[in-house]
Design a protein around this ligand. Sequence first.
Ligand SMILES: Cc1ncc(COP(=O)(O)O)c(C=O)c1O
Length: 308
Amino acid sequence: MRSIEDRLKILLSTIGNTRIKCMNVDGIDLCFKLEYDNPTGSHKDRTAVYMIKGLIERGKIKEGECVAELSSGNTAVSVAWASSFLGLKSLLLVKEYASNIKKNLVRLYGGELLIVKKDTSVKDAKNIAEERGCVFLNQDANEDNFLAHYETTGPEILNQVEEGFDFFIMGIGTGGTVTGAGTRIKEKLKNVKIAGVVPTGSALSEKRGGGFKPIEGLVSSKIPELFERHKNVVDFIVEVSLEEALKAIREIFRRFLILPGPSTGANFVAFQKLVRDGLIEKGQRVVTIAADQLIRYPELLKNVTNLL
Ligand SMILES: Cc1ncc(COP(=O)(O)O)c(C=O)c1O
């Protein structure tokens, strides 16, 4: 029987090294890093493995013990997957609006699923986790989430786009990807601008509230601690509505022949808005992320089709 440390090494070798797909969009090179290449289908595999790695390395968890997380879906799936492989139990508090496929994947990977209300706070989740004897991972504040992208996503992008680039765009959920990869990118390419993408009406919008419609995976009513800590690396916040994000999926498909999820649609709309506002110019190169795929959102397939 392999030790948990040995299994962790194997797990680490399975995350990342995802492909990157670049196309010319009206005179600008736009590259999508295809994070759905990760084992469970999103960039959150990196975060989950790093957060659990941190606990193992600090002696905070042993085989057979339990980790817990509050997540709108992708992180929950990744934590269930990583825990199973490592011989840990996992308790996933998934918001009621998350797609059924994500909820089923959590179960399939061997996690315990607890559906919670959409306004469940991190504090409530931590209490529930601790009552159940689980270590709460807390992706919204956990530095290992930042580190996952600082040590893996950022360097991969820099290697894959070795000729350099001008802009990095990514949706803000916890902010782990945009700040972690963004910090690493700016260390090497000093002039790169970083844009974070948020749903219109969310906590990071200029105008909060109104007809706020969440985009799954992106920030909703509360600003995550992790983002607060590292937000200085972000130069622009771009607001995108759910409808704009869904409409953009079709255009991404037409241009890139990929069918990503709604947060990737939002990244593309942010790209278009930055071009429209003259912040991205012809001849420049831009990198963004395709966090997951549309098939992960069967409930949305109809909405996207209706928008065609
Ligand atoms: C589909 C999707 N896109 C974007 C994000 C945002 O990533 P991060 O939490 O690193 O900011 C998430 C986070 O869960 C997500 O699930």
